[in-house]
Design a protein around this ligand. Structure first.
Ligand SMILES: CC(C)(COP(=O)(O)OP(=O)(O)OC[C@H]1O[C@@H](n2cnc3c(N)ncnc32)[C@H](O)[C@@H]1OP(=O)(O)O)[C@@H](O)C(=O)NCCC(=O)NCCS
Length: 115
């Protein structure tokens, strides 16, 4: 099933497993680095494991991985009604690429730039 979630390479997939049950994936992140752009393909934390900082840790670790490889910006698409994810991304520092496009598109682009 995880294989089906993987986009075409080159992309990076990290899975998070609890210490007590290493065979159980409770969180994952999938991203791609193209030149100086980090593109988040997907991130999810299993219900029951949310709001413990797992998503935060996964995404910041992935961005740190990208920064060490020279990325200048991180970009993602989010469903405009996924308010939970939007709040999560905003708390991490992502902003809407075009604030005017609200309600125009189903998916909105969020970005974070690095000096
Ligand atoms: C979005 C998601 C990955 C967040 O994972 P998580 O492990 O629960 O997030 P964290 O616990 O690391 O949250 C980190 C911080 O983000 C912020 N945050 C998290 N959820 C938030 C929300 N609903 N609204 C506002 N801020 C939020 C908070 O500042 C939080 O820190 P705090 O708990 O100390 O307040 C998780 O909710 C999820 O899997 N959702 C379903 C899949 C999905 O929508 N993925 C995104 C696809 S674009």
């Amino acid at each position: 099933m995880i294989r089906e979630l993987l986009p075409e390479s080159p992309s990076v997939f990290w899975a998070g497993c609890p210490k007590v049950a290493l065979e159980e994936v409770v969180a994952y992140i999938c991203f791609r680095i193209v030149g100086t752009e980090f593109y988040l393909l997907n991130i999810a934390v299993k219900e029951g494991f949310r709001h413990r900082g797992l998503g935060y840790w996964l995404l910041l670790s992935a961005i740190d991985f990208g920064l060490k490889r020279g990325i200048k910006e991180a970009v993602l698409d989010v469903h405009r009604e996924n308010h939970n994810a939007i709040g999560f991304y905003q708390a991490l520092g992502f902003r809407f690429a075009d604030p005017k496009e609200k309600n125009k598109k189903i998916f909105r682009v969020m970005e974070m730039k690095f000096p």
